[in-house]
Design a protein around this ligand. Structure first.
Ligand code: PMP
Length: 369
């Protein structure tokens, strides 16, 4: 066994709030049909792969030097992309970037939450929000969504008013339920929040709903919008997340970020991937059409389908979701048990993958799961 293997975490002087906690654990299994982590199933084009390779090759000549600590060129490109998408004239000063939006969220909690402070989220939602809260020793305050998984704005405002969280997370479209939040509902949450509101827009490109970025000028001291290249940009392996907010937020994050957190390879590869944004984002519309096809076919087979604005669908009802998840896996289809009783979540894949998923679903509809 490994040296030191006799010691368990119970023997370590771990912080009290991490004792007994579970790590993020989406299973990484090698099966024919992988529809479990909301990636874009379309592989990068040859042109993109070549551009990334050439850019990283050039960047490698500078590997003896630290990278641009503030990733100015990359942030400029991201600002330009967001401005084009939202019509809001963002500059480099409005944008910050990190290794995935998970790191963005962690930096935000390091700066604006932590011991003695709290973060609220509307659950079920993205499982990393409470995990990052735990990791930064922030008290996590979950508020339940309505029975149909939509965000009950009255209940949200009441909970914010009563519990006064330092940070409010709003995921839009929400993972794992797929709903987007309308801007007027978001305004009510922003008006009620005593601290900051992080709108996690990891799946924004899949939705036609207007971005919270359009509200930054209205709520400059409160609103942060988090984005990622992991989903629509098909860049999950490249690890690049970013945010848009008033410049003061970017200044605040400089206090907690580790120097040189974005490697020269990451910065070069992300900039190359962004140059192919039009090509890559063309897959988004295809995925939205596939999502609608899968949703309709599931409903046809007798499942309950939660309407989704993203590249995944939550569906049910199973007597035993864990057993149903295993039954899909036994048929070579890996989907996700997100811990919501009677429901499972499927990521929209390529047409053939979706067909395999639907064939398994039709088979399972006839059984007692
Ligand atoms: N936010 C949400 C809502 C997500 O679903 C995910 C990915 N599962 C992320 C953030 C983090 O993605 P990444 O760190 O790859 O940007």
């Amino acid at each position: 066994s490994a040296p030191g293997g006799a010691v368990t975490t119970a023997d370590l002087p771990l912080r009290e709030n991490l004792r007994g906690a579970s790590a993020y654990g989406a299973p990484q299994l090698s099966v024919p049909v992988q529809l479990n982590t909301n990636e874009n199933p379309h592989p990068p084009t040859d042109a993109l792969v070549e551009d990334v390779a050439e850019s990283v090759l050039e960047a490698a000549r500078e590997l003896h030097r630290y990278p641009d600590r503030d990733a100015v060129a990359l942030r400029t490109d991201l600002a330009e992309y967001l401005s084009g998408r939202t019509g809001v004239a963002l500059t480099v000063d409005n944008v910050w970037a990190a290794n995935g939006s998970n790191e963005i969220l962690q930096q935000l909690l390091q700066a604006f939450a932590g011991p003695g402070r709290s973060a609220m989220g509307f659950v079920p939602s993205y499982s990393m929000h409470p995990i990052i809260s735990d990791g930064t020793d922030t008290e996590w305050l979950p508020v339940y969504r309505a029975g149909d998984f939509t965000l009950d704005v009255d209940a949200a405002v009441a909970a914010i008013t009563e519990q006064r969280p330092d940070v409010v997370f709003v995921t839009s479209p929400n993972n794992p339920t797929g709903h987007s939040i309308p801007l007027d509902a978001l305004r009510r949450i922003l008006d009620a929040a005593p601290g900051i509101v992080i709108v996690d827009e990891a799946y924004a490109e899949f939705s036609a709903a207007p971005s919270a970025i359009t509200l930054i000028d209205e709520y400059p001291a409160k609103l942060v919008v988090s984005r990622t290249m992991s989903k629509a940009f098909a860049f999950a392996g490249g690890r690049l997340g970013y945010l848009a907010a008033a410049p003061a937020f970017v200044e605040a994050l400089l206090l907690v970020r580790l120097p040189y957190h974005l490697s020269v390879q990451t910065q070069a590869a992300a900039r190359a991937a962004l140059r192919h944004a039009d090509d890559t984002l063309a897959s988004v519309e295809k995925l939205a059409r596939e999502r609608d096809r899968v949703s309709a076919a599931l409903a046809e087979a007798g499942y309950t389908v939660i309407p989704s604005d993203a590249n995944f669908v939550l569906f049910g009802r199973f007597t035993d979701a864990a057993r149903a998840w295993q039954a899909y896996l036994d048929r070579g289809v890996l989907i996700r048990d997100v811990g919501i009783p009677e429901h499972l979540r499927v990521t929209i894949g390529l047409a053939a993958e979706n067909d395999a998923f639907l064939a398994a679903s039709a088979e399972l509809a006839a059984t007692e799961l």
